[in-house]
Write a protein that binds this ligand. Structure first.
Ligand SMILES: Cc1cc2nc3c(=O)[nH]c(=O)nc-3n(C[C@H](O)[C@H](O)[C@H](O)COP(=O)(O)O)c2cc1C
Length: 373
């Protein structure tokens, strides 16, 4: 049987050459103004020639308080869009991957130092800000956030819309809306973070309301031919928190609004989460979303064993496989996975001589190929 991992996949007008997705990974390497730097050119450019079908750029903030750290990427100004232009130009000229961007707001987990600088709260006097959230409940150990009023929520929705318009003008193929990992939209969904008593809190429909409104507002301006997906934390891993059943309800509501896929990530809302990551540990959540809600799922989380990634697809648990750390560690993972699974993956002609058939004179193994066009 031919490898599903290397079979094309189509969402709306976007055809991916294979099912391998580079998961969004914050690089904390923007300028203090939120502009992309040469690091992004190297990082994203490298991943675009990796043979993956889709690269989703890191969580990109829709307003200044939406950054995790003061060095996160932003898309709330035209100057930020300009700074991203060379990255897209390189990817279009040399890459074979489609290019997505994750639009995000860090919510009550914003204003911390970069991971390698300790991730402590950055005070407003030092370039930080007061975080915002669904209510004034703090993430343990962090400052109390400003609870967003209904008027402020409307403005925030416009910030997502403005960023989506900029992403379109830049030429991104896909948007992933970040509703996971304890950030702003997740802080509406989870009962552990949302204590509002208006229409945006309370029961499940109330807690889903704002993320769904943001999704619908983006969908309304994002071109009909371009896919829009959502990343969720499919479980909080905390008793009394968001569950797999809640994720099904959310996926069904997103489906009704025209969502193209849901990524089943997990956790991040509370430090008391009990979680034991292992190979494919989040796949059961993707499987339920895909099979019970009928929503195409993107599986993620320790899926860097090619046979396991292939099995997830063969089992019908997901349509797409996202890899994060595995791609940083081994950016040629798609080529090597293709060799393992007897398939082929795109590569840049500049690197043709690295192919084993060229190095070792075994032309019987042409597992690398550049797609036509
Ligand atoms: C350095 C780093 C940065 C990350 N940044 C993001 C991000 O910006 N948005 C997001 O949704 N997930 C982010 N993640 C999570 C990954 O996208 C992925 O879901 C997670 O690492 C699990 O997949 P893996 O086992 O293949 O790494 C990040 C992970 C790492 C290691």
């Amino acid at each position: 049987m031919s490898a599903l991992l290397f079979a094309p996949y189509t969402m709306r007008d976007l055809r991916l050459v294979n099912r391998i997705v580079v998961s969004p990974m914050a690089q904390y390497s923007a300028t203090p103004e939120g502009h992309a730097t040469p690091w992004h050119l190297m990082h994203v450019g490298n991943l675009c020639v990796s043979g993956a079908g889709l690269v989703i750029m890191e969580a990109t903030a829709v307003e200044p308080r939406g950054r995790v750290s003061p060095r996160c990427l932003g898309l709330w100004t035209d100057a930020q869009a300009e700074a991203l232009r060379p990255v897209l130009a390189f990817c279009r000229a040399h890459g074979t991957a489609a290019l997505g961007i994750q639009l995000a707001h860090a919510g009550r987990k914003g204003s911390v130092a970069r991971p390698w600088e300790g991730q402590e709260t950055v005070a407003p006097a030092d370039g930080g800000w007061q975080p915002v959230s669904s209510c004034d409940l703090a993430y343990p150990g962090r400052p109390a956030p400003h609870p967003l009023s209904v008027e402020e929520l409307a403005g925030m929705k416009e910030a997502f819309v403005a960023a989506a318009r900029r992403a379109d003008a830049l030429g991104f193929d896909l948007i992933e809306l970040h509703a996971a990992h304890g950030y702003l939209l997740n802080s509406f969904l989870s009962p552990l973070a949302n204590r509002r008593n208006d229409a945006y809190g309370g029961d499940l429909p109330g807690r889903m309301r704002y993320p769904l409104e943001v999704f619908a507002a983006i969908r309304a301006v994002w071109p009909p031919g371009k896919p829009l997906g959502v990343r969720i934390s499919a479980t909080d891993w905390v008793e009394g928190g968001w569950t797999g059943d809640d994720s099904l309800a959310f996926a069904r509501a997103l489906k009704a609004l025209g969502c193209d896929y849901v990524t089943a990530s997990s956790g991040g809302i509370s430090p008391s989460q009990t979680i034991s990551p292992g190979p494919g540990y989040q796949v059961p959540y993707a499987r339920r979303i895909q099979q019970e809600a009928g929503m195409p799922a993107m599986a993620v989380g320790l899926l860097h064993d090619p046979d396991l990634a292939e099995q997830v697809l063969q089992d019908g648990a997901a349509e797409l496989i996202a890899l994060g750390r595995g791609m940083m560690w081994e950016p040629r993972w798609p080529w090597h996975a293709a060799e393992t699974l007897g398939a082929s993956a795109p590569f840049p002609p500049q690197y043709a001589r690295s192919h084993p058939s060229m190095r070792f004179g075994d032309p019987a193994k042409p597992f690398l190929e550049r797609p036509a066009g």
